[in-house]
Design a binder for this molecule. Structure first.
Ligand code: APR
Ligand code: PHB
Length: 392
């Protein structure tokens, strides 16, 4: 088998990349370890930057998003008895869009299906070969048969636990990794949200986030200890904790219902640099993980896919490697800024048992944010996604 760009992984990064390439007349093939059903039902994040929405429009997959996504012009930050709204639209004339990654993944797979180019699902034992040479290839097994896909370029979009990153020799790669001693326990339920916008609250018992997927589907997260077992969290215990942490002003509006899903997300960051080796390019979670506070993961994956698609388009159109050669540095500039922001937001809003006086620092920080237009502007710019990044 032969294709121009072999793509490992049918998450948002891989699917968006193949869709953008197809629209530019470049062939690709997506290889995915899981089944279509599994990929389409995975519960993940749900906040899109406006820049991500523009990329999805360009990819021709934003029709349902425009019908169903909720535009949010602000969000609330709360600590102890105080709370205030960050008015994103007034500060920046930009908004975020609430639309589940699950829905986005379905839209992308549907677009592939409509073009008759579905990813190859349930492939096993994917291995990358000769990525430093001019004829890289990917071997894999499908229905028990060994296959080999010869490519011009390979895009490693196979997430944090994928194989692509391991094709970059250790002596070439720098890894920057950090994790926190607590996690998020997330719950999805078919109940109306407690508020029309997101609420991030720093309670003395720990962080809580009231989020949503639609007007009838809520997503809540609470900070829990790192060794916590989901099985210990009955629905009733989870709802009680959410209500306590959101405080007496919001608790009466929390509508309870059975959990559709509960899962644990670690709070860690991971950056692999460079994101390129020879003809292999990493995109999305394969190269970087951000703490979930601020919902940057999906947006970074979409940004990588856009940069890589444009660099490949330039390569095939102009025979120029310039954009491919600067891909890693340009993608990482945004990644590093998102890491900084996500860590800052995490440290401002969570219970930090190993940091003496953290609550006093957090109280001072939130008081400053509440009172400073400039501080809110910086927060809004980061939350909405930076627009003024310069190539390095
Ligand atoms: N072979 C083939 N496919 C693989 C392999 C492998 N060895 N390993 C992993 N995959 C697949 C996974 O099953 C998954 O479908 O690669 C895909 C990677 O998708 P994501 O993990 O969604 O990563 P990405 O596309 O970079 O999107 C990042 O997802 O984890 C969230 O918060 C993150 O929202 C962000 C987004
Ligand atoms: C989510 O709804 O999954 C979500 C929203 C905002 C965040 C993180 C996660 O900051």
């Amino acid at each position: 088998m032969r294709t121009q760009v072999g793509i490992v992984g049918a998450g948002p990064a891989g699917l968006l990349l193949s869709q953008l390439l197809r629209l530019a007349g470049i062939d690709s093939m997506v290889l995915e370890r899981r089944s279509r059903d599994y990929v389409e039902h995975r519960i993940r994040a749900g906040v899109l930057e406006d820049g991500t929405v523009k990329t999805l429009e360009r990819a021709g997959v934003a029709a349902r998003l425009h019908r169903e996504a909720l535009r949010h012009d602000g969000f609330t930050l709360a600590m102890d008895d105080g709370e205030f709204r960050v008015d994103l639209a007034a500060l920046t004339e930009r908004s975020i869009y609430v639309y589940g990654q699950t829905e986005l993944t379905r839209d992308l797979i549907d677009a592939h299906e409509a073009a008759g180019l579905l990813p190859l699902f349930e492939v096993e034992d994917v291995q990358l070969h000769d990525v430093a040479g001019t004829r890289p290839s990917i071997s894999f097994r499908q229905n028990g048969t060994e296959q080999r896909l010869i490519c011009d370029f390979i895009a490693g979009c196979d997430g944090f636990h994928g194989v692509s990153r391991t094709a970059i020799p250790e002596h070439v790669m720098k890894v920057d990794e950090k994790s926190l001693p607590f996690e998020w326990l997330g719950m999805l339920a078919d109940v109306p949200p407690c508020h029309h916008e997101l609420i991030y609250a720093n309670h003395q018992r720990g962080f809580v986030l009231a989020s949503m997927r639609s007007a009838t589907r809520s997503r809540y997260y609470i900070q829990v200890a790192a060794d916590e077992d989901v099985a210990d969290w009955s629905d009733a215990r989870f709802w009680d904790e959410v209500a306590t942490r959101l405080g007496p002003n919001v608790a009466p509006y929390v509508v309870r219902g059975p959990a559709l899903e509960k899962s644990i997300a670690p709070l860690r960051s991971f950056v692999a640099e460079p994101m390129q080796y020879g003809r292999l390019f990493l995109a999305g979670d394969a190269a970087h993980i951000v703490p979930p506070t601020g919902a940057k993961g999906l947006n970074l994956a979409a940004h990588d896919a856009l940069l890589l698609a444009d660099a490949l388009i330039e390569r095939y159109r102009d025979q120029s490697d310039a954009a491919l050669e600067s891909y890693s540095a340009r993608a990482l500039t945004r990644v590093r800024n998102a890491e900084n922001f996500s860590w800052w937001f995490t440290r401002a809003m969570h219970r930090l048992d190993d940091e003496p006086h953290s609550r006093e620092r957090q109280r001072a920080e939130l008081a400053h944010l509440r009172n400073s237009h400039e501080a809110q502007l910086a927060l809004a710019e980061n939350y909405l996604g930076l627009t003024k990044e310069h190539p390095v």
